[in-house]
Ligand binder design. Structure first.
Ligand code: GUN
Length: 722
């Protein structure tokens, strides 16, 4: 039986556009969410938009034609094996004469492996280290792979050290043989040893060739772990290797391609997957779904649809001859794989990749175990490579984001929430003076319970009553995810927790309150717990002074917690503060002495600066930021100031007029820079050139040479002659 309704493939997709020669092999980060990134790799056969999957194509068995992958499934790159081609005379002769793109009939990016995996499966391969790279170069591969040494998880430590060292020793000659045109994968080995994975990342990441170093770092030797669903060890390896791999190199999980693993792997920083799963599973009568694998023989209806399956029932597919059945299942598997990757990319763009990983963790016991292990690492990072990656992941996660979040058990361990809580504990301070202009010690903490957001509607009158009764009161709101100062109104997700209304009425238990007060350094004060009163009392009428003081506290506290600005400077910037409010009574513009300096961000509760505000804050610095590579000498400060990015002289006229800062033009950046938060752009004297929002971390700026570093909001030299 043939599928008469299948839409014919019409060639509508044009061939890819080759990159500019100077961009060959460059990786660009377009957007990030924690360790996850939306990126692209520039090649002669177009872009690889990451995170993405390279379907494995066996040059001899093409379950789905590569051309169909390009046309119908929008596959931008695939992976095939150069060793298989090298071994078969007919394939190698054709490839050497006409090129690998003709042989495979694929116009996009062709990645090849080197035969290392065959050596793992069959014991050895006959090809030489230099020979296999030369072959890949000569057949026109885009990204080839050097002949690394496969480090099996069950090898002894000495054997694994040797696998790491021999792979590193083979690297310089491999890069030399690759020449200018062939980009190379530099695999990371090291078995289950964190330190060896970190060593391998450092060695492979540090090797520079005449034209460039490695373009991509695949994590090798992990197939045996995936086969046995040893996901905890898989992610441990990933975090260890990531601690030393330069951040401008995409990370590829060699042999990983089950959609179940995509969200978690991407959340931890994987950019490329490759797998034959779509074809192998189809051959075994199995369907991939984002939550696991399903056997065709066991189902009455499709548990997960795809355009390929719409025309069929499981029974009809079972009745097909095996070749036809295999093709249908393979197409379904590829479609599901592609759509799950699209979902993941979209989740990164929306700041929700962690939520997706959390959701998927419930699909498999092994994945859940691995996920819970990761939460432990985030909550309590150790000093080793895993701890380094975990710390980086939290500190590079934008603590605020727009939109609501479901209240589920894991919510408090989400990286952005951990980050916000740690910033709060480190940087939040009690007010320096009170609404009645007294400046003595606080007298009490008032915890308002049962107060649903927005708090300005549900609790403001109660807050004001408390402050009239005792001006030196610290007001905290009790939320389903803990206590938060009233001044943090609008910060997401505290103010946008999706849960039943009654959940807001559930009081926190006393021990939790005591612990949270301790973290805010308030445990020495007496506290009272109250619910918002039913209606404002008459004293509220004359409370403008208190309202203005609360507004100012909110700005000072947000500048301090989110942007590292010392409260004393925050007070200076907000002296003589006035504000304009929206129809819904939210502060939209903040003026200092009549000058518009700050705009609270209504969508996520953060702060945006105006040029005048940026100037005011920058004038307080006495020295420029450190140049990349310079060591910071001095004490770490809780409030290191609004993060700055220092650019090269050549870029100043452009950025000063309001153009974005491009990677490669950055001389130095403050290490506490948080992607998504405001930053200042300065010259090498520390003078203000512009202000904007950073796209990447300072560490990434030190390495990247392509893409946006800072999205500029306003240039400081716009109206000058510069
Ligand atoms: N394919 C799956 N694992 C590996 C590996 O460790 N090295 C190489 N080159 N290919 C692989």
């Amino acid at each position: 039986m043939t599928n008469q309704y299948r839409r014919p493939i019409v060639s509508t997709r044009p061939d890819p556009v080759p990159c500019r020669p100077q961009d060959l092999g460059k990786f660009e980060i377009i957007q990030r969410d924690g360790a996850a990134r939306i990126g692209r790799i520039h090649t002669k056969h177009g872009l690889l938009n990451t995170p993405m999957l390279l379907p494995v194509v066996n040059p001899n068995i093409r379950t789905i034609e590569p051309r169909e992958m390009w046309e119908k499934y929008r596959v931008e790159g695939l992976i095939t094996n150069s060793y298989v081609m090298w071994k078969h005379d007919d394939l190698s002769e054709f490839a050497l004469e006409k090129g690998v793109h003709k042989l495979i009939d694929f116009p996009g990016v062709i990645v090849t492996d080197s035969g290392t995996f065959q050596s793992y499966v069959y014991g050895d391969v006959e090809v030489g280290v230099e020979e296999i790279v030369e072959f890949q170069r000569n057949i026109g591969v885009d990204i080839g792979t050097m002949l690394d040494v496969f480090g099996r998880p069950d090898m002894s430590r000495d054997e694994l050290i040797s696998a790491v060292e021999v792979t590193a020793e083979r690297s310089p000659i491999s890069l030399e043989k690759a020449g200018e045109e062939l980009l190379l994968n530099g695999p990371i080995q090291g078995g289950l040893h964190d330190d060896l994975r970190a060593l391998s990342g450092e060695l492979m990441g540090g090797i520079s060739g005449e034209y460039r170093g490695f373009t991509v770092h695949p994590i090798g030797g992990i197939v045996p772990l995936m086969e046995n669903q040893r996901y905890r060890e898989l992610f441990k390896i990933l975090l260890s290797a990531k601690s030393t791999i330069p951040p401008n190199r995409p990370i590829h999980l060699f042999g990983c391609g089950h959609p179940l693993l995509f969200p978690m792997s991407i959340a931890l920083g994987v950019d490329i997957f490759d797998s034959a799963a779509y074809a192998l599973f189809a051959r075994g009568g199995r369907l991939l779904t984002p939550t696991g694998t399903v056997r065709l023989e066991e189902i009455n209806e499709w548990p997960y649809q795809s355009s390929e399956l719409f025309n069929w029932t499981p029974e009809e597919v079972r009745a097909l001859d095996s070749k036809e059945r295999e093709k249908i299942l393979a197409r379904h598997n590829l479609e599901v794989t592609q759509s799950e990757l699209a979902r993941c990319r979209e989740a990164v763009r929306n700041g929700k990749i962690w939520l997706l990983a959390e959701e998927r963790s419930h699909s498999s016991a092994q994945l859940r175990d691995a996920f819970l292990w990761i939460l432990e690492q985030l909550d309590n990072p150790d000093e080793g490579p895993v701890g380094i990656s975990s710390m980086r992941m939290i500190s590079s996660t934008n603590p605020v984001r727009s939109g609501g979040e479901n209240l589920v058990d894991d919510i408090e361990e989400r990286p952005h929430i951990l980050h916000f809580k740690s910033l709060l504990a480190m940087r939040w301070r009690i007010p320096g003076s009170w609404w009645d202009e007294s400046s003595e010690e606080p007298q009490r903490v008032v915890i308002i319970e049962g107060s649903k957001p927005p708090w300005r509607d549900s609790s403001l009158h109660t807050v004001i009553s408390c402050l009239i009764d005792e001006p030196r009161s610290i007001i905290l709101i009790s939320t389903p995810i803990g206590l938060i100062p009233y001044s943090m109104e609008d910060v997401s997700p505290w103010c946008h927790i999706d849960c039943a209304d009654e959940v807001w009425d559930l009081p926190l238990d006393e021990d939790e309150i005591i612990q949270e007060l301790y973290e805010l350094d308030l445990s020495d004060l007496p506290f009272i717990r109250i619910s918002p009163g039913p209606s404002p009392d008459e004293r509220i009428e004359g409370s403008k002074i208190i309202r203005d003081w609360l507004d100012r506290c909110s700005i000072v506290d947000k500048l301090s917690v989110l942007n590292g600005i010392a409260p004393s400077l925050g007070c200076k910037v907000t002296s003589e503060m006035t504000s304009r409010r929206s129809k819904t009574n939210r502060m939209v513009n903040v003026y200092s002495g009549g000058i518009h300096t700050i705009s609270p961000r209504l969508n996520d509760g953060g702060i945006s600066l105006t040029l005048e505000g940026a100037k005011m804050i920058n004038s307080e610095y006495s020295s420029p930021p450190l140049i990349f590579g310079e060591e910071f000498e001095g004490d770490e400060l809780d409030h290191p100031g609004l993060a700055r990015v220092m650019i090269v002289d050549d870029a100043i006229p452009f950025v000063g007029q309001g153009r974005n800062v491009m990677q490669g033009y950055v001389l130095g950046a403050d290490p506490h820079l948080i992607p998504g938060q405001p930053c200042l752009v300065v010259d090498s004297n520390g003078d203000l050139v512009a202000h904007g929002t950073s796209i990447t971390t300072a560490r990434e700026m030190a390495y990247l040479t392509k893409g946006l570093a800072v999205r500029v909001r306003d240039g400081a030299l716009k109206y000058s002659d510069a």
